[in-house]
Write a protein that binds this ligand. Structure first.
Ligand code: ADP
Length: 426
């Protein structure tokens, strides 16, 4: 039986969940991330649990149902406060899902007030006078206005959220945040008295996020990007410590699988090869032609992995990816490669790999599924937003170390740095 958790988090996508978990660990909480809502009680000691859903762009009613299921599970684990995590670019449409999920959680928790702030200054997402900036420009000028699923054409979050909710939306602006806890509490009381249900909160720096945290301690529900998390462990009397990030000692063989074609990953693959790393490229066209590319890759890896980390990758430059997609179709190419890399990841673990780096967001989802991983303990950060994790799999019952790097994260030497870091932590 595990002790009760303090903070229960519901994240609307997988890599966003890891980003939040990483911030909580850095601020002093022991964190477990679950893949979906667990069937049974938590079987680990943790201060916070982040339930990773895939609810960002599904129909609002389904997002609400899944979020409420996650809420009930987190409440059963004793969570004292609930945190609904969405993207720092507030990805949503007038149909939701941020507004409907927030309202459903408020109703279920019986609370008349919560906050909403996607601010994440470490990642250059800031909110000023209710307007969201990405880097130096407004949200509506940063490229998000062209997002295929959730185009963000209005940078004013009060208006954006008001279009998604029946409850009146208000603002706690920068001047109030700058004054600190007492002023923020007074503003919350005033907004509540006016009938405002959800307040966008300005924050342009980590200092703002830390200043607002004590004023949020009594709210049953917080909704935010991952930034607000940096001040919350302090509300529960926890301070940053190496203990929070402690993972079991690392051992076993090392490997990297990469299905990401992002700019950063291309650089990381090149760097690994330049440093003399053992690497094998896999060809999507051969997979499509029926060749057992996974078996070939595993035979190649098996002969080499005892000598040091091996890299198996489909990573390619944009022109090559377009050519493959032209031949096979975008979705078919993606699905074929994901399935193959996931099979390779599983095969590598069956052959003794216990330190595994996965590059690519969708690729990570496929690998975690193929490994049968249901939950991960979050460890130390390799690069912003990317921690080492420890998880149990049916092919590694004693556990393995795994890190899931979404496309554009990480410095060029990420693949070598990740293993070095694990060595020094162990
Ligand atoms: P990222 O985090 O960089 O976006 P993802 O794993 O989320 O990476 O997405 C990359 C997608 O591209 C996956 O569906 C993957 O299967 C696919 N893919 C990988 N390599 C190739 C390739 N050489 N040609 C075409 N598609 C590819």
């Amino acid at each position: 039986m595990s002790a009760k958790i303090l903070l229960g988090c519901i994240a609307d996508d997988f890599t966003g969940a890891t980003d939040l978990a990483n911030n909580l660990v850095r601020a002093g909480m022991r964190v477990v991330q679950t893949i979906g809502v667990p069937a049974g009680p938590l079987d680990a000691q943790a201060d916070a649990v982040v339930v990773a859903l895939k609810s960002r762009t599904i129909p609002a009613a389904e997002a609400v149902a899944q979020s409420l299921e996650a809420l009930r599970w987190l409440q059963a684990q004793g969570a004292r406060q609930i945190y609904f995590k969405y993207c720092s670019t507030f990805d949503s449409t007038p149909a939701g899902n941020i507004g409907p999920v927030t309202e459903a959680l408020m109703d279920a928790l019986g609370t008349d007030f919560t906050i909403a702030t996607p601010a994440f200054p470490d990642n250059k997402r800031t909110v000023f006078k209710g307007y969201l900036f990405a880097g130096d420009v407004l949200l509506s000028e940063c490229g998000m206005q062209n997002h295929p699923l959730t185009p963000m054409r209005d940078p004013n979050l009060v208006r954006v959220l008001q279009a998604q909710t029946r409850r009146p939306v208000g603002l706690i602006d920068h001047a109030v945040v700058a004054e600190g806890e007492a002023a923020i509490r007074a503003r919350i009381a005033a907004l509540r008295a006016q009938g405002v249900g959800i307040a966008i909160v300005d924050a342009v720096s980590n200092a703002d996020l830390l200043r607002m945290a004590p004023a949020l301690a009594d709210l049953p529900l917080l909704t935010a990007g991952s930034g607000v998390a940096i001040g919350l462990p302090g509300n529960f009397g926890l301070a940053p410590s190496g203990q929070a990030a402690a993972l079991p000692a690392a051992g076993g063989l090392r490997a990297i699988v990469s299905g990401s074609c992002s700019v950063a990953t291309n650089g990381q693959v090149t760097d690994f090869i330049r440093q003399g790393g053992q690497a094998l490229a896999i060809d999507p066209l051969r997979i499509a032609a029926g060749v057992d590319v996974a078996a070939e890759a595993l035979a190649w890896a098996e002969a080499r992995v005892a000598d040091g980390p091996v890299l198996v990758y489909s990573t390619a430059e944009p022109a090559a990816v377009r050519a493959i997609q032209g031949e096979l179709g975008v979705e078919e190419a993606g699905a074929l490669v994901e399935r193959t890399i996931a099979a390779i990841a599983r095969g590598l673990v069956q052959r003794g790999v216990r330190q595994l780096v996965v590059a690519g967001g969708e690729t990570s989802g496929a690998c975690v599924q193929a490994l049968g991983i249901a939950q991960m303990r979050i460890g130390g950060q390799i690069d912003p937003g990317v921690p080492w994790c420890h998880a149990v799999s049916d092919v590694a019952p004693e556990g393995l170390h795994i890190t899931l790097k979404s496309g554009n994260f990480g410095t060029p030497d990420f693949f070598t740095k990740a293993f070095d870091l694990l060595q020094t932590q162990a």
